[in-house]
Design a binder for this molecule. Sequence first.
Ligand SMILES: Nc1ncnc2c1ncn2[C@@H]1O[C@H](COP(=O)(O)OP(=O)(O)OP(=O)(O)O)[C@@H](O)[C@H]1O
Ligand SMILES: [Mg+2]
Length: 362
Amino acid sequence: MAKIKNINFNNFRNFKKFKTSFDNKLNILFGDNGSGKTNILEAISLVAKGRGIRNSILSNLIKNNEENFYIKKNLEIKKNFFDVEIFTEKKNEKLRKVIKVNNNLKKDSIDYLNQSVSFLTFTPEMERLFQSSPVSRRNFIDRLIFSGRNNYNKLINRYKKILVERITILQKDNYDIYWLNQIEKDISITGLEIYKLRNDQLKLLNRNIKKLNNAKNFVFNIDLYIKDNFYYSELNVDKYINCLVDSRYYDKINGVTKLGPHRSDIKAKINSEFDASLLSTGQQKTLVLLILLSQCFFLINDKNLTPILLFDEIASHLDSFNRQLLLDLINGFDIQFFLTGTDKDLFSFVSTNAEFYNISNI
Ligand SMILES: Nc1ncnc2c1ncn2[C@@H]1O[C@H](COP(=O)(O)OP(=O)(O)OP(=O)(O)O)[C@@H](O)[C@H]1O
Ligand SMILES: [Mg+2]
């Protein structure tokens, strides 16, 4: 089991100093708007890989008018304890993030953390996930893949980088055709890998959601799928390359890559009839919670990972059904939870032994 035992930080977001320990499985942070609840979740979510719950750039994490931030936390992973320090450092005017595990910079320990700690997050924006833009749905699925596969962000970053590289080459007057061919091959291999991983992820979620449905008699069946004008199941590297070659002129003129997984949308069909965007806001929240619950099953049972759940502003608009879902999550798994809300009373339905933290008083 992976657990954050305690945390302290300086000059992080709105906090000059913050320090607390987490002894319970269920931790509830409550406080006024702007008191710093999401910021604390963000500090918790920064372990090694990724950019945290807000996917924010480093400079925004530093408290206004300060030079650097410093976070230290103690993590328990499978009964071993790790002191993790994350801080910024400025060298030649360039800001960089430094990670130390047990007071050293060894890559092995950082890799071990990356493999052993994963987060599942719910953010308030997710309530409108199926009504918002395709990019937020892609990011949502990508985060789920990332939670079970710690190299996935490297694949995505690499893909984005080579897309830019290809456009730069195309827009030059004289370009090296050999180099362009190589890049397009690389894009095809990487792009296909992303399509495959997303497809696998969605299939897995569909399977697990079905299992949950059978157990709970939910009112709707859910089928998550990729909507993409280019992708089809027989797509291979050669066909992919040919399409990229065909779209060179278009891509050069428009400065974009017309096809690939960065253009996909992730849709959900309800009861084989209608799109999830037609569900009510509350029903969409149920859908997102179900997806997270399914992912939790997968990480624990198939990946032998115990994710840490960060659910920001989870308590608003929870009807009894969604409350039950949340309680199922909390009671069903021996994992650490962090929930936030503006009022302590919003969590009165949580009967489990929970620790409450009043952030307004800090
Ligand atoms: N780099 C920074 N330096 C100083 N303050 C910051 C920085 N980044 C964010 N803040 C401030 O931190 C405060 C707390 O933000 P946070 O999002 O954590 O609040 P919250 O408790 O989650 O509020 P809500 O209930 O509205 O979600 C905000 O007032 C925000 O402006
Ligand atoms: Mg918040």
